[in-house]
Design a binder for this molecule. Structure first.
Ligand code: COA
Ligand code: AMP
Length: 270
């Protein structure tokens, strides 16, 4: 990447107290104006008209930008929520996450992990052994930020994902987020499903298994969703973990392998 000045540019749109849309880029100075335009357009194109659109631009200055290769992607063709969650749990167990921890996470994501059964504004941090929640604020959690694809890698991953039938912009955004998270110091795996009522897909991700996507991890029209970052409490430095996730810039410079969808039996008998 050219030695240029880079900026983190972030958009969040809201209506009243409700978060409507959020997206971010890491770009060089010559793309600043066009990117502001792109993010404002993105916010305005949501079904819910935003009452406020906030754009934040931070010059990254001398901050080192880490470069990563995206996680490999595969979709497990699980036909419904029950089989999807069961396969996701099986994968999490295979990564050393305890039954207790997986059950707690599924329960919290299904019922709203914030107080009063609401969605959180970020992810839970869960001890992979005991299932104990470790994030201090159960409404906010922790949000991964300051990550993006390079222009070239975005073109490449868009083509690779389209070739396996994944054309929704959420997929490459979630993949970028999951790739940053998978490289956090002390992380074991991530589990996610969206809070968008009409977006039922979700994933489990880790460096060793990659990004394993499930078409249905919740029922259609369910407005609850969230993210869990499973950690190894024994080795975790919480401060370094949160600092990496929130502030350390990451650019994804290449896509990983994108495999065509597989049946669960095929996947588990590899
Ligand atoms: N849900 C609810 N509220 C949110 C939110 C979210 N996802 N993201 C931001 N907010 C609101 C909160 O009130 C937040 O205050 P808090 O820190 O007390 O929770 C406030 O906006 C400021 O958030 P902050 O993260 O400081 O704003 P930002 O402008 O730096 O970044 C985002 C906003 C949305 C771009 C960033 O948080 C983010 O999520 N980036 C990743 C986007 C992405 O690619 N997601 C992939 C999903 S598939
Ligand atoms: P989304 O994928 O945008 O539908 O978000 C699903 C859930 O993930 C939200 O309800 C939040 O709990 C959580 N979340 C949203 N943004 C982030 C982020 N940047 N980092 C970690 N968790 C997030």
């Amino acid at each position: 990447m050219d030695q240029d000045i880079f900026y983190s540019i972030r958009m969040r749109a809201s209506a009243g107290n409700r978060h409507v849309s959020g997206a971010e880029r890491i770009i060089s100075s010559n793309k600043l104006d066009a990117t502001v335009q792109e993010l404002v357009t993105r916010a305005r194109n949501r079904k819910t008209a935003p009452e406020q659109i906030a754009i934040t631009i931070d010059r990254l200055g001398n901050l080192p930008i880490s470069t990563l290769i995206a996680l490999d992607v595969v979709t497990l063709n699980t036909p419904d929520m029950t089989t999807g969650r069961s396969a996701a749990s099986r994968i999490l167990h295979s990564l050393g996450i305890s039954e207790q921890s997986v059950m707690t996470s599924l329960y919290l994501l299904s019922n709203g992990a914030a107080p009063f059964g609401l969605n959180m504004r970020g992810a839970m941090i869960i001890d992979a052994l005991t299932g104990e929640r470790m994030e201090t604020d159960h409404e906010r959690g922790v949000r991964a930020s300051r990550f993006d694809w390079t222009d070239e890698s975005l073109d490449a991953i868009t083509r690779k994902l389209a070739a396996i039938g994944l054309t929704h912009f959420r997929t490459h955004e979630a993949l970028a987020l999951a790739t940053k998270v998978a490289h956090a110091p002390g992380i074991i795996a991530e589990l996610c499903w969206s809070d968008e009522p009409d977006y039922t897909a979700g994933y489990v991700a880790s460096p060793s298994i990659g990004y394993v996507r499930f078409p249905i991890l919740k029922l259609q029209d369910d407005p609850r969703g969230g993210r869990v970052f499973f950690v190894d409490r024994k080795t975790l430095n919480m401060e370094a973990f949160i600092h990496y996730l929130q502030f350390e810039p990451v650019l994804i410079v290449d896509g990983g392998k994108c495999r065509p969808p597989v049946e669960p039996e095929q996947y588990f008998t590899r």
